[in-house]
Ligand binder design. Sequence first.
Ligand code: ZN
Length: 559
Amino acid sequence: MRRFLLASLLLLAAFGCSRRDANRADIVLVNARIHTLSGDINHTEPDATALAVRGDEIVYVGGDDGAQAWVGEGTRRIDLAGAAVLPGLVDAHAHLADLGHLLREVSLFGTPSSEDVRRLVMAAVASAPAGTWVRGRGWDQNDWAEKAFPGWRDLAGTESHPVVLERVDGHAYWLNQTALSACGITRDTRDPAGGRIVRDASGEPTGILVDEAQELVETQLPEPGPAEMDTSLARATRECVRLGLTGVHDAGTTRAELDALRRLAEAGRLPINVYVMLDSDEPGLVSEQFARGPAEEFGGRIVIRALKLRADGALGSRGAALLADYSDDAGNRGLDVDAADSLFAGTQAALRHGFQVATHAIGDRGNRTILDLYERALAEANARNARLRVEHCQVLSPDDIPRFAALGVVASMQPTHATSDMPWAETRVGPERLAGAYAWRTLMQSGATLAFGSDFPVESANPLLGLYAAVTRQDAAGNPEGGWRAAEALTLDEAVRAFTQGSAWAAFDEARGGTIAIGRRADLTILERDPYQLPASALLDLRVRATVVRGAVVYEATR
Ligand SMILES: [Zn+2]
């Protein structure tokens, strides 16, 4: 140690200004309320007022006075005037390309009736080039007076173009008559495995395709070209940093999407960190990446070490696999999207190649199926620290809740799903099954790691809305009073940790992400005011002051 010190001093003497350079930061933040998350859970007071960043790393955390020593020539010193600094918020389950594509589609979010949808689509059809598909997304029949699925008849007047409208959860398409014939779907078309063509009493397709039946349209849709993909992903990632996200776990990345992410990173146009879950619908890509092994690209900005699988569908479209019938649809227990043996084979292969598995499972049967086969695969592979994940975990049999912690399975959940689904979830599954629904607190107390996200663009990408939903279990208007099944709500600190440390753990990133400390990656979310000092309702319009990713200020609010 002494020798090292002496050598350092000699070096400093030899290079006159290097002492100052050695201690010079690129960015120094002062007068901030910094929540490092390195201390006790459920703290409310900040633990530091200043930090310094050099390169992509945090080099100082502490008081303003101590930070002064890090200010040198070229240092950007920012007085945050009481703004709050959190470890970068990371969305642990989202769909980047879909968010980007969405911005070119007809937005149907929040439409109050099928007639309103028709009007919006009519307008889009009028301006769409002849022969092109008109696409939209965001409708939800649960929001309408008439809660039944709509059909092609409700899109009368749009027949000049094929129209495909994705349900808010992405688990159903609504087609007009032109699209139905373009896809060759008739009364003779059989339901594909794991999917359903909704039919009227006479057996005619109504224009609704659920889960795997969506493939019947997807094969007809033109693929976006590389330039369009780049634009979509650039747009989506810019939106992420504007909302304060420093990273996203992309739930089902295709080859075209991965290539676009690489092109953007290469060009310095990828502002966030992306954790890739390979889309199991692209076996060629999966086997190629398995052969290569887990990979970090562009210094870890893109990490490829997970495989995305699908056990079932979604609750809104009654595709979530349930142990018993849907309470509002006798005889229907949902869909097994991928067969259990292929899920098992995928899990085995991933474990063999050092990859994590992240499986979409929403219903209690979907979750039990995947926990059973995870358990078997982990035992056979004798795998430790595999951190297998279940994505969504929305309706769990209470018996299965302790299995997450016991198997080391991460519960990757989305708080805004609970507040979006609460008006109708009980109709779908009945009061008893709600005991294990959106059960964040029960899961956390059982010892499971929660990783929070939004599933954007199914929900808004804004992580502050996720924090609000997690602590209130209310909609933006504050309903229901006291919160829906409020015993499952989290404290703000617990919810922030699920969006930071939970996401980091779920991506094997806990040594560098999720906490503000010396030596950690400088990924920071800076908020105008300190959420730990504000009522929950203030989260709804709390502004992001700046977003820092790997030491670079990638977003700054105009003041
Ligand atoms: Zn998703």
